[in-house]
Ligand binder design. Structure first.
Ligand code: PLP
Length: 405
């Protein structure tokens, strides 16, 4: 029997014995740009072995390798690669997914993406893929029939979606999408930043590569920027690692340490955040200034049943609120009145955060496209922290009350 997730989050990758015989309980920070060996043959062997061999720090270091061991384990992957940001991890994942034979010719020809991705992901696809001749097309991946049609019409070699989308919290059927992708020999890449391994392990559902912004729930404390990918096949993670060395996407050992520490409490934090988000989602729906609460845990959410089945009864720590006065002024008035919830751009922190998608996550998406996606002017996205639920509800209620005057 493998140990449960919360046991593995605490122990995997840690406790590496030293040559002197003692074993540190907590991962040391291996802040060294380069590493040497007793002779040239040993150094040659390390370079040739690749993987987690320690040579020059752009290839990784013992701190990042320990974090990769942990992430591969909790995602149930054959390998993992950590990067300096979530965007770097997405870039590597898309390149590796388009290189099925691992011959280092990154060539996704056609990437089919879900129409409600994180704004910067859309921009990366446009600036680094579409601009170089890769076809990038979109469809609604919550609609399996439409996705099947788009796959049959366009024959993509890579599919990309988010397990829970941002900010509208749409949920996709990961196992069904993996099946559709594999039917045409395409690979499915899933950004599971909002879901975390506490809600689901996409690789077990057939997903080829799972990507995280480790800046969010993995780190969890708003003090580190990082990214990670984990792969169902060693070939994909090895390919991503080789691209990462060439592109210089390496994570610093200091950030690796912070993220490794953050991950120890991932399951505790996320379960608490899910419980508080559900309480707040129910309570805020009754406020006169609120037109709609968007949260997969509410029975009225279009993918509520799928989310309940796929995420083991948890629904995530993010919710969105559409104000009755659906305007930027109303959104600004609520944001400026909040006292506990911080108006900072991020999610997944111990602190509760509120963001206004048009100026943060979706600033790179045109107003017309935002409107088409349902991201209206009075929509606020809340990332629920680990503060007391009653304190948070009181803060949100006074802000909504005050903004109405
Ligand atoms: C934040 C975020 C990213 C980008 O991650 P960075 O660490 O900021 O580069 C990608 N996808 C999602 C869903 C995110 O929330």
């Amino acid at each position: 029997m493998p140990h449960a997730l919360n046991t593995r989050l605490v122990h995997t990758g840690e406790h590496q014995p030293t040559a002197q015989g003692y074993t540190p309980t907590a991962l040391p920070v291996h802040a060294s740009a380069t590493f040497y060996y007793p002779d040239l043959d040993a150094l040659t062997g390390a370079f040739e072995r690749g993987g987690d061999a320690v040579t020059y720090a752009r290839h990784g270091n013992p701190s990042t390798h320990a974090l990769e061991t942990l992430i591969a384990d909790v995602e149930g992957g054959r390998g993992a690669v950590v990067t300096g940001s979530g965007m770097a991890a997405l870039h590597l994942a898309l390149l590796a997914a388009g290189t099925p034979r691992g011959n280092l010719e990154p060539a996704p020809r056609h990437i089919l993406v879900s129409n409600d991705l994180y704004g910067t992901t859309h921009k990366q696809l446009k600036v680094f893929f579409a601009a170089q001749g890769v076809r990038v097309s979109t469809c609604d991946m919550t609609d399996l029939a439409a996705t099947r049609q788009a796959i049959e019409a366009g024959e993509p070699d890579v599919l990309l979606c988010e397990a829970i989308s941002n900010p509208l919290l749409k949920v996709v059927d990961l196992a069904a999408l993996a099946e559709l992708a594999h039917a045409v020999d395409a690979r499915l890449v899933v950004d599971a930043t909002m879901a975390t391994p506490v809600l689901c392990q996409p690789l077990a559902l057939g997903v080829d590569l799972v990507v995280h912004s480790a800046t969010k729930y993995f780190s969890g404390h708003g003090d580190a920027l990082g990214g990670a990918l984990a792969a169902r096949a060693t070939l994909l993670s090895d390919t991503a690692r080789r691209y990462g060395i060439l592109l210089g996407t390496v994570l610093s050992p200091f950030e690796a340490k912070l993220i490794m520490r953050g991950m120890k409490t991932l399951a505790l934090r996320v379960r608490e955040q899910c419980a508080t988000a559900l309480t707040l989602a129910h309570a805020l729906g009754a406020h006169p200034q609120v037109a709609e609460v968007v949260y997969p845990g509410l029975p009225g959410h279009p993918q509520h049943a799928l989310a309940a089945r796929q995420f083991g009864g948890l629904f995530g720590g993010i919710l969105a609120v559409r104000l009755r006065a659906d305007t930027r002024a109303a959104a600004a008035a609520v944001m400026s009145r909040l006292r506990i919830v911080l108006p900072a751009t991020s999610l997944g922190d111990v602190y509760s955060l509120v963001t206004y998608p048009p100026v943060s996550s979706h600033r790179d998406v045109s107003p017309a496209e935002r409107a088409a996606q349902g991201i209206s002017e009075g929509l606020l996205r809340f990332s629920i922290g680990i503060e007391d639920a009653a304190d948070l509800l009181a803060d949100l209620t006074q802000a909504l009350d005050g903004a109405a005057c």
